[in-house]
Design a protein around this ligand. Structure first.
Ligand SMILES: C[S@@+](CC[C@H](N)C(=O)[O-])C[C@H]1O[C@@H](n2cnc3c(N)ncnc32)[C@H](O)[C@@H]1O
Length: 272
């Protein structure tokens, strides 16, 4: 329940986070949502050396991390806890899903969800295809237009984090070598997802005609969406549902994920 005291506390957390952001200081660990941050740790962060730190900063510019153990731990807890928040909301859908033969993640960043899903769901041998692009500038928008200049990943950093976590059966597809097109990827995929990527920073509408070709009758798609998102008629006709999830920073309001599938059974456990 949202009591006035809780609202006041949220406001305090938001103001403090904004103040620290202006000072370019990392948020203290007590800003994390403990219910998520204290869960079993599947994702492990390597030492944040200058190269990895630069990659983390490009992908999560809202965190002002440093090359020290405190920042490494904060990043590890926030990456792992974010995945727990998503997983808790998706558990009924993912646990009812037959083990996929092929998974696609669009914009995996530094691989938190790959590690989390492989470990949590026992998908160690399931092939994960990771569509990412190198970039040197962050150009995030809110459900904005599609552009090839939006990539801000580090393929070397992604590979390094996945290797550090000891997960196998993944392949990175460099967007630049795939003409920035999703339909060049070796689909179809049983599961396609994009967290804080397509659907969130860039409107899913610009990617939909390519995405559709990658999904079969039983495939499931999952996309983080912004507060103001409303599914278009063509998404509704395809089959979709929205599910809220908790976020890792205690100050942040819940967001929603868009689930899409031609098979209504895939969405049955979350559809209202
Ligand atoms: C906010 S990060 C999210 C990273 C990761 N999914 C996570 O939740 O931690 C956005 C990611 O989308 C990638 N990206 C940027 N433009 C893209 C595009 N046009 N298509 C697919 N991914 C894109 C970026 O390179 C970056 O890795």
């Amino acid at each position: 329940m949202t009591t006035p005291r809780f609202k006041l506390h949220q406001l305090f957390l938001r103001l403090r986070a904004e103040f620290l952001k202006r000072l370019r200081r990392e948020p203290p660990i007590d800003q994390l949502n403990r219910a998520l941050a204290d869960r079993e740790r599947f994702f492990r962060a390597p030492e944040l050396d200058a190269e990895l730190l630069a990659a983390v900063k490009l992908i999560t510019p809202q965190f002002h991390l440093r090359a020290n153990e405190e920042s490494r731990l904060l990043w590890e807890l926030s990456q792992n806890g974010s995945s727990w928040g998503e997983y808790e909301a998706l558990a009924p859908v993912l646990e009812a899903l037959p083990t996929p033969t092929r998974v696609l993640e669009i914009g995996p960043g530094l691989g938190r969800s790959v590690v989390f899903f492989k470990r949590k769901l026992g998908w160690e041998t399931v092939p994960f295809h990771l569509y990412e692009g190198d970039g040197d500038k962050t150009r995030y928008t809110v459900m904005g237009p599609r552009t090839n200049a939006s990539f801000c990943g580090s393929i070397a950093g992604l590979e390094r984090v996945l290797e550090h976590n000891g997960v196998d059966a993944w392949e990175v597809h460099d967007a630049a070598r795939n003409s920035y097109r999703l339909d060049t990827l070796p689909g179809p995929f049983d599961l396609v997802y994009s967290f804080y990527g397509v659907g969130f920073h860039w409107s899913i509408e610009h990617f939909w005609s390519e995405l559709e070709t990658l999904m079969e009758e039983d495939s499931l798609g999952i996309f983080t969406v912004h507060h103001g998102f409303e599914p278009s008629d063509r998404l509704r006709d395809f089959g979709c549902a929205l599910v809220p999830f908790q976020r890792i920073l205690a100050k942040d309001r819940p967001l929603r994920m868009l689930l899409v599938s031609r098979n209504p059974e895939r969405l049955a456990s979350v559809a209202s």
